[in-house]
Ligand binder design. Sequence first.
Ligand code: GLU
Length: 438
Amino acid sequence: MTTVRFAPSPTGRIHIGNARTAILNWLFALKSGGEFVLRYDDTDTARSTQEFADGIAADLHWLGIRPHRVEWQSKRFARYDELADGLRAAGRLYPCYETADELDRRRKRQLARGLPPVYDRAALKLTAEERQRLEASGQKPHWRFRLDGRTVEWHDLIRGPQHIDTASLSDPVLVREDGSYLYTLPSVIDDIDFGISHVIRGEDHVVNTAVQIEITEALGGRVPGYAHHSLLTGADGKGLSKRLGSLSIAAMRAGGLEPMAVVSLAALLGTSDNIHPCLGYEELVEGFGLDKLSRAPARFDEAELLHLNAKLLHHMPWESVKDRLPGASEAFWLAIRGNVAKLSDTEGWRGIIAGPVTPVIAEEDRSFIAEARHLLPEEPWDGGTWKQWTEAVKASTGRKGKPLFMPLRLALTGLDHGPELAQLLPLIGRERALERLA
Ligand code: GLU
């Protein structure tokens, strides 16, 4: 059974970078018929809020992701305590009493001597008496995991064979002085308890993975498969961090973008496939494979997203939009969809069809327009009316091509561009056309 997870901290809303992680996990679950767990990493109870968690759930829903299971780390502290105690008993989790200042001084000393700034395990050498004395003086310990100091290897499903020597790392702090947990241990415990088969996340976690594999083994758990995707950069090649507010999924939704445009771009960016708009996940699942993801950073360009949004709308069927266009007709949608970049642009075309419109008629076209008005066919009108009408106008005025069509467009719509007039004309109708040509 394939089970993946997406594990955001509800200390803010998700942006395109996190959403990409969620989408890759969702596609992996869909492709393998597996399950997707939404896990809120809310061990930081001071910064996590229900509001952010609800917002993230709404963002995922908008992106078409439907978790099979939702979990909260804040409800699992008893379980973490239980397994942390086991690690203490096994000597893998040991108490340390250094203050932040002290550690900082030590690091600087090591760096000055050209040594790697790795924790020196001084606390492991404390005698029982020394520990008692520290505790008696009111010092509370934080707890570090004693690394094996070996080469941890795994076959990353995106990056290929990986090996990290944990002797080059500081023993990580898993539990703070106040007994609260850092991210590392709860994540491993949850991955074991929820039967996570594959961890798909950003490459900023590669080093964590070596540590987490050691912890998984220390807890007797099964090590999952790992895949670390590259991170997104802006179009300028720099990190996204400065513009994350505007790149939130909530902002994209409020900005009137289509969720499948966002999904298509997030799923195809940095892959060997062409970026093209997909109407649904089925289309993406078919060609999906982690092996298609490049290790190079993928560039996210808002202009490309907008372009993809327009392309998606240009072939979007009426069924997919009708609930969001109350009062509109299929004929209207088919007429204008090629001329919108966002769904909200339909409003402008509705206005141009229903009016009022300020017709544009050049002085030299006045008699031409009057003649055309006179030749306007009787209703009922359909897709052939435009041709029938313009043939008659051509025969009677001798005009053809642009000098024939453009003055008609300007008079009927007030614009020099827009959807096919053959499709617009029946929507405008004879009465309004007569008025605009007058
Ligand atoms: N809450 C962690 C993060 O957002 C989860 C990392 C992981 O997937 O393990 O970075």
